[in-house]
Design a protein around this ligand. Structure first.
Ligand code: LMR
Length: 394
């Protein structure tokens, strides 16, 4: 049986981790996978997470199974963080999932159960794991224009023109903030126009939120998603705690489904728990428990928010200094978009050959579409990267 298997293509983002490790140059710079790093190159355990882990170690009496949907307290804390009460709780169904990817996978399977012929609309470009999972599940997908490569900004007219062809029951996947891979995001009036369009077409929003707090702030980064949630009868949200709580390997995510009414909520909740049982049974608990403790304890929460804000400010400073250095070296404003983008990523707009040159000649690793992880930089490496970008002819 096993000899019938074919080799799978390598994941383009995860492949970079190994290539970077194998590079012997000590001047190498890793701008690949989306992991936050401090100025020393470490991905730290956040202070509030450490403190919560200590408390948990002292107080935890059992590791017996939790509920199929995870702990209700986790769902409640995450619903408040994400939606801030804009939707009544009796319309919210939720399950804990293994990371944000687990939530995306469960959401897609829910869509398949409810509407097997639905087309899932993806931004062009999007996080490569989105189309990869959709294809693996054999679902239909379509692309909507999103990024204007010339301006390195959102092609909003193109996006709206494409979304006008969505059919009732189709699903539109949107990045709540810190768009991966481009770094270009919708403004609040643009979110309102997307809500109008979804109302008109009857397509259902499916929001992926993996970077809340990394862009303009915890509340600001959720504002567009909350606007959709307050207006539309149905919506799916896949959220990740990997980045904003720095608990990547704990696999902590949640899928929230907004039902049109309380009666439907019960059916949706049952379906979500059923899907968890089919795929992995009980969701991981450790990370979810830490997140619940942090979000519900005022002292831990204050500590977490302060550190998250430092992380956000650090990325903004790196963006501004890279844009300034490139302005100085190029004598132009053509890299000004780097300071406008938000989140970990920016798409630089380099050709695949230029990306290859940066890797080969300068030991600078970024994804082949020229997505850079800004958090992989520090004050020392910003001028090195800027010089290399200019030398590579970008
Ligand atoms: C990324 O896009 O680099 C991250 O979301 C990590 C991943 O799993 O791809």
């Amino acid at each position: 049986m096993l000899n019938a298997l074919h080799a799978q293509p390598q994941d383009k983002i995860l492949q970079l981790i190994q290539m970077f490790k194998d590079d012997p140059r000590d001047t190498k710079i890793d701008l690949g996978v989306g992991v936050y790093k401090d100025a020393t190159g470490l991905t730290p355990v956040m202070r509030a997470v450490k403190a919560a882990e200590k408390q948990l170690w002292e107080s935890e009496k059992t590791k017996t199974y939790t509920g199929l949907a995870g702990e209700p307290a986790y769902a409640e804390a995450m619903q408040t963080l994400l939606l801030a009460g804009v939707v009544p709780a009796d319309r919210l169904a939720a399950v804990a999932t293994p990371g944000g990817t687990g939530a995306i996978r469960q959401a897609l399977e829910l869509i398949q159960l409810a509407s097997p012929d639905a087309t899932v609309w993806l931004s062009n470009p999007t996080w490569p794991n989105h189309p990869s999972i959709i294809k693996y599940l054999g679902m239909k997908m379509a692309e909507y224009r999103y990024f204007d490569a010339e301006r390195r900004g959102v092609d909003f007219d193109g996006m709206m023109a494409d979304l006008a062809s969505a059919k009732p029951g189709d699903v539109v996947l949107l990045h709540a903030c810190c768009h991966n891979p481009t770094g270009a995001n919708l403004t609040l009036p643009q979110w309102a126009a997307v809500a109008d369009m979804l109302e008109k077409t009857g397509a259902i929003p499916f929001v992926d939120i993996a970077y809340q707090g990394f862009g303009d702030g915890l509340e600001e980064d959720a504002a567009g998603m909350r606007l959709l949630a307050s207006r539309l009868p149905e919506m799916l949200i896949a959220a990740s705690c990997s980045k904003n709580f720095g608990i990547y390997r704990e696999r902590t995510g949640i899928l929230i489904a907004i039902a049109p009414n309380a009666d439907m909520r019960a059916v949706v909740q049952g379906n979500l728990a059923f899907l968890n049982r089919q795929n992995f049974s009980f969701p991981p608990d450790h990370g979810a428990r830490l997140v619940t403790m942090i979000l519900t304890d005022p002292a831990l929460r204050a500590e977490w928010q302060a550190e998250l804000e430092d992380v956000r400010q650090n990325m903004l400073t790196l963006r501004e200094s890279l844009a300034a250095e490139l302005r100085r070296l190029s004598g132009s404003d053509r890299f000004g978009f780097l300071a406008q983008h938000r989140g970990m990523f920016s798409r630089l707009g380099a050709t695949p050959e230029q990306v290859e040159t940066l890797r080969r000649d300068h030991g600078i690793y970024m994804v082949g579409d020229s997505r850079m992880n800004i958090a992989g930089l520090n004050a020392r490496t910003v001028p090195i990267l800027a010089r290399a970008i200019i030398d590579a002819g970008v």
